[in-house]
Write a protein of this length. Structure first.
Length: 192
């Protein structure tokens, strides 16, 4: 074939046939690629939904097992003494919610029907070992994570053991003493 150059074989039927063949092949490849992308999206969405549902079932099962766990060292109020400070409880709550195992509503229900406002208030309090000790989330959060630790068979942390020695059998105070005192001073007037 002595047809070389840019346009010197343009009139040949092989040129038209090859051109049509490659055009159709490219078009079919693009269509199949679009279909494959659509199928992949559907498959991935389906897998994501299944994974999310499984995770939710596992999370709710975990919450149920935590609620059924009984702690042995309860006082007369039905609560064990608290040996973690407020910052530690805030950290545990943040980590647990960060795992996205359960919704916040399910978590609050498992803690004992705590309101979302109480949780938000507790989490937004300034940092400090006793900051938030009077909040209901502090005690119920401690009980929840203590049950979780017991259920999972975890050991007490070094900090927890130190707090047990330092705080004694009563644990941390369940009110925050910020050191402020208010005195009411009034003048008494004598009438003659």
């Amino acid at each position: 074939m002595e047809l070389n150059g840019r346009d010197r074989g343009a009139g040949n039927t092989t040129y038209y046939g090859a051109s049509r063949f490659f055009y159709r092949r490219d078009r079919r490849a693009k269509i199949e690629k679009r279909k494959q992308k659509a199928n992949d999206k559907k498959r991935k969405a389906s897998e994501h939904r299944e994974e999310k549902a499984k995770k939710a079932r596992d999370g709710l099962d975990l919450l149920k097992r935590i609620q059924e766990t009984v702690l042995g060292d309860e006082d007369e109020n039905g609560f064990p003494p608290v040996y973690d400070d407020c910052d530690e409880i805030r950290k545990k709550i943040s980590e647990f919610q960060g795992e996205k195992i359960v919704t916040q509503a399910a978590f609050l229900k498992a803690m004992g029907y705590v309101s979302a406002n109480s949780l938000r208030s507790f989490m937004s309090m300034k940092r400090g070992a006793g900051s938030g000790a009077a909040n209901v989330v502090y005690r119920k959060g401690y009980v929840f994570f203590e049950k979780k630790r017991t259920l999972e068979g975890g050991n007490k942390t070094k900090k927890r053991l130190e707090n047990e020695k330092k705080q004694g059998p009563d644990g941390f105070e369940l009110r925050h003493d910020d050191g402020k005192r208010y005195y009411l001073v009034s003048e008494l007037q004598q009438t003659v």
